[in-house]
Structures are given as structure tokens and as C-alpha cells.
Ligand binder design. Sequence first.
Ligand SMILES: *Cc1c(COP(=O)(O)O)cnc(C)c1O
Length: 373
Amino acid sequence: MREMDRVIKPTQPVMPDMDKYIKEIGAIWDTGIMTNNGDKVNRLREMLADYMGCRNIDLFVNGHSALQIAIQALQLEGEAITSPFTFVSTTNAIIQNGLTPVFGDIDDTYNLSVESIEELVTDRTSAIITPHIFGIPCNVEGIEEVAVKHNLKVIYDGAQAFGTKIRGKSIGCFGDVTMFSFHAIKIFNSIEGGMLSYKNMKLQRTFELYRNFGISYGEMGTDVEVVGMNAKMNEFQAAMGIVNLPGLDDEIKKRKGLAEAYCECLKDVTGVQTYPYDADIDYNYAYFPVRITKDYGISRDELWLRLKEKGIGTRKLYDKLTCDYSCYQGTEYRRNSQYADKIKGMALDLPIYGTLSETDVAYICNEMKTLGA
Ligand SMILES: *Cc1c(COP(=O)(O)O)cnc(C)c1O
């Protein structure tokens, strides 16, 4: 039986065994190396390269800096086509690099639609910079095709998508560059952390420069080749990643079980639509988005509030499109996002994490059934 006063949080970080972490960081006291490409960052990079099974990868202090550096390193100019149905980081990174965002529309994957890219591309467009939202992949083949046709670079914001695979291939194997976030509440964490996976080997040196102020170390001394930032992952972060990574597949498996339980319990609830998962894709189940339609008794916003009153935390991801945030209102941009405008009023992310039980899922579903009736 579930205790009545138990609160179900909307998300929970994956924490490793404490003793394992303490053991892992112990070596830092022997070496005195806390940051600047230490052993642990190098080891985590190797472990992640193995896990991904494709491409070059580099590690960063967080996902947002990694995304900024990816855009900078590709020397993009003009316009970037993007999705407004995302976490603000995607849009910020575009604007912080002096690009004009062009907001397209989403399709039923919650991601930027290929038709929308075709519609918005001009001779000023230099790139598609867009997320795999909720860990659900974009139409990567379709995007690749338009990108080749119009000579555009493709940068994916895969912050939410680590662990997702398309026909057995890691989601980081598509596009020119994919960014991943290892922030505490992502499916895999290094406390904070970021990664770029990329096609062109030559970018490695550029990323290294941008990550460390632009400094190059020559025999005769140092030079600063580009105006870089400080975005190095430190050893404590890497140690967290090292102890967390072996548990990732298990975490995904547990979440998959919960997702299946949700789909089963919610299939008879009028007005609640679960995501039509595709058999070709191994999702990471980092999120569990549902849509609350008109046929449900109350609105998405009211449901969110009622569940909260009952101690069930859910998230309105995303109830605003990034292009509507007040900080961009002075910025010039184009936008054609009608479907996204509709979806933002319907989408609700339900709790999904390894420490949640199927009893909790059944309880949440029952409450949803009652509230909608
Ligand atoms: C979390 C997230 C980011 C930012 O990653 P950080 O590691 O927190 O900087 C960027 N984009 C999306 C879509 C995210 O969910």
C-alpha cells in the first residue's frame, strides 16, 4: 500500500553508491589534479566513446557551454532553423553566437518537422540547430536530406537524448555535431557535464581551444588563437560519470518497464494520449510525455494543479515556446509554429525514474482517471 502522505517528485536524480564515488575521488588527493584534462576526464571520455560506439567525442563542464562551442567552432552565420518547443538553452546558444533563430514547427515526435525546414530555408540559412526533445529522435534521415540539399550544417541538441538509439545506432552518430547534457536530472549525470559527438575529426583541436580560453601551448610559450571560454569538465564531475555510467542501461530498462505500465494503465483513460513508441527506436525513457486532449474532463493546467495538490509532481514541458520568452522580444526572428502553439497547452511530463515503483504508476494513473471523469 502506498502511504497517503508520500510525495511523488516530478524527477529524481540518479545517485550512485556513495562508497564507490568516495573511492573514485580518493585518487584525486594523491595526484592533486582536480581539473585540466586529468586522468578521470580521459577515462570517462574513453568509456563514453565505447558506449556510443561511433564518432569522436569531447567532454565539457556542462551541456550549454558545449552547445555554444559547437556553434562557435563551425563558424556559423546568418540564420539557424530551430524548434521553439525546447528548453531555453537551445535558443540562447543560437542567439549568444550572433545567429538569427528561425522557429519552425514541430510534428508528432514533438521535434522540428522536415517540411517546416523546407518552408523556412533561405539563402541566409547556415544551419539546423534543434533538439531531440524528451529523448525522442528527430527525423534524422529527413533532416540529413534537406541539409545536403541546401548545404546546411546540422547540430543536434541531444541534451535529453543520451542512451537513445535508432536501429541500434546511438543518436549521437547523426548530424555534424550532437550535444549531450550530463546535468544532475538528466538520465545519465556527472553532477553537471556536457559532451559533443562529431563527424569531422579536425574539430577536436578547435573544441579543445574554445574550451580552454583559446590557449595553445607551443614550445616557445603560449598563444591565444581564438576568443575562447572556460568550459572544462573537472575531475570530480568525471568521477561521478565514471561511477554512474555502468548503471545507465539498467536505469533505462527500469524506466522502460514503467513506461509500459503507464501505457497499459492509461490506454482506457479518455483524453489522455501516450506517445506512440516506434519499434525501430530504443528510447531512453528520460521523460514520459502525455497529451491531455479536449476529451479529458479538465484542462492540462488544471490537471497539473490537481495532481500537485495530491502530492504528485508533474511538469508542464513545455507550456511556453522559447520564442515567446520576454528576453527575445527585442530580437529579430521569424516564426511559423502553429502546431507547437497547440501542443504547448496539452503536453504533460509524468514522473519516470528508476526509484519509482509500478505501484506509484498505478496510483498516478488512477488519480488521472478519477480527475478526468
Ligand atoms: C538540459 C538541457 C540543456 C542544457 O544542458 P546543461 O548541461 O544543463 O547546460 C540544453 N538543452 C536541452 C534540451 C536540455 O534539456
